[in-house]
Design a binder for this molecule. Structure first.
Ligand code: SF4
Length: 456
């Protein structure tokens, strides 16, 4: 259902040329949102706006919101409220809010009503209409637009890339998995894949623009292609791998239930596919995994990890883990610690479970008290730190190829970049190395990072 509400607010209020105007975008949430903001930037620049880095001097401020984390709404509403002062000082300022939080009709309406100084509120699915919304705002109209059914893939939208050395490429959108704690399927819609040819074309274009590393993005890349004839993630990897000039291909996120042997074989044999998998485990307890509707068991998870290691001895695994899911007992939590111990993740994003309105888990009985969640999170983090450190130790004396991302020049210049398997390395170097591939030998490690020097 689409709801579009345009409200005439004042007479024509902006006679400035677009070319003189600055936009500022603030992005919350995941890489998918970062990619959407790049598209928003591209659309604004086709209108003649230029990018700014400071909202105080902007003529247009856009907030790209995320609804995955609890309290996200409170935070976004607080941030928007703080913009009133800027609007009072500059009535020509256009303020817009979009993203997956605004894809929730009820929340979008609430924000639109509470903040009359916000000009544009729209859901993620309507991003391509941003230029029309801006033009309406220029003529003094307010817009509220949410379309739950608009799930077309629009391949030709302009975008301004923000990654210095790595570019994000969407391969599929939405999610069909309905994990019981997650709001994403409700706001991003059912899963749909881009055509393989469109992904390959985008990769080629990125190489022509100077990128040699890309990250293929989807809520669940492993199920890519299930809605297309004769397509799969393994096939896509193989096609993208053939793009001349592409040195590194990363991807995220991988759902364990869809990680196929075919995909492991593709990773292991295609020379430019990086040996890193972000494989959210969420829990080590079969009972909790069932309640989460994750559709795999701890045994299956371990089996996949075994296959990945057998095919690629240098592969690194990272993960997401939730503690304190409703009904999680001390024994369930022990199973999580045990799985973390066995797998040996390079790093993990760990979270206390927090209920998201609109999800099944939010209404489950046996919610775990916060004190217990905190204690479990602390114990999990202690274990993961130990495992990360042990994992890092094995790199001392190892030489690898780092793709240099940046150089910190505040004191002694220190460059940093990642090995192919996602390990971040720091080493003395100069800014002219940014974007280059440099051989680095690891000499020492700290809790989360590897330190080294340029190899002889
Ligand atoms: S796989 Fe599960 S956690 Fe990931 S986006 Fe889909 S529903 Fe959410």
């Amino acid at each position: 259902m689409e709801c579009t509400n345009m409200e005439q607010k004042s007479p024509l209020r902006n006679q400035q040329m677009y070319g003189q105007r600055i936009y500022y975008i603030e992005t919350f949430g995941c890489q998918m949102n970062v990619r959407d903001s790049e598209t928003a930037a591209g659309l604004l620049e086709t209108l003649g706006f230029s990018r700014g880095t400071d909202k105080d001097n902007a003529d247009l401020i856009l907030f790209n919101t995320c609804c995955v984390r609890d309290h996200a709404e409170k935070r976004v509403f607080g941030n928007i409220g703080a913009l009133k002062e800027l609007k009072d000082e500059n009535p020509n300022l256009i303020i817009g809010v979009f993203g997956c939080m605004m894809q929730q009709q009820e929340v979008a309406e609430k924000l639109y009503k509470r903040f009359p100084f916000v000009d544009i509120v729209f859901g993620t699915n309507l991003l391509s209409r941003l230029p029309a919304f801006v033009e309406s705002a220029d003529s003094g109209a307010r817009t509220l637009a949410v379309d739950e059914n608009n799930i077309q893939i629009e391949d030709d939208l302009p975008s301004i890339r923000t990654g210095k050395i790595n570019a994000f490429v969407n391969i599929n959108f939405g999610c069909d998995n309905f994990c019981t704690y997650c709001i994403v399927p409700f706001v991003r819609g059912r899963e749909r894949s881009r055509e393989m040819a469109a992904v390959v074309e985008e990769a080629k274009k990125l190489v022509s623009e100077g990128y040699s590393e890309i990250t293929l993005l989807g809520q669940n890349v492993n199920s890519y292609g299930k809605d297309l004839p004769d397509a799969s993630f393994a096939k896509l990897l193989s096609l993208v791998s053939g793009v001349e000039g592409l040195k590194r291909i990363r991807f995220m996120t991988s759902h364990p239930k869809d990680l196929s042997d075919e995909m492991i074989a593709a990773m292991a044999t295609l020379p430019n596919v990086c040996h890193h998998v972000h494989l959210p485990m969420q829990s080590g307890s079969n009972e909790v995994l069932k309640q989460m509707n994750r559709k795999y068991t701890r045994e299956r998870y371990l089996e996949i990890v075994g296959k990945l290691h057998a095919a690629m001895p240098d592969v690194e695994l990272t993960t997401d883990i939730i503690v304190g899911f409703p009904g999680e007992t001390e024994d369930d939590f022990f199973q999580t610690l045990d799985l973390v111990e066995r797998v040996g993740f390079a790093s993990a994003f760990t979270f206390k479970y927090s209920p998201r309105k609109g999800t099944r888990a939010a209404t489950m009985e046996d919610q775990v008290p916060d004190l217990i969640k905190r204690d479990r999170l602390r114990r999990l983090n202690e274990l993961q730190e130990k495992k990360s450190r042990a994992n890092n130790e094995k790199y001392v004396g190892v030489t690898g190829l780092a793709h240099v991302e940046d150089c910190d020049q505040r004191n002694e210049p220190v460059c940093y970049g990642k090995f192919s398997n996602f390990k971040m390395v720091y080493f003395p170097g100069s800014p002219d190395l940014i974007g280059k591939y440099v051989r680095v030998t690891i000499t020492n490690v700290r809790k989360n990072s590897l330190y080294g020097k340029i190899a002889e």
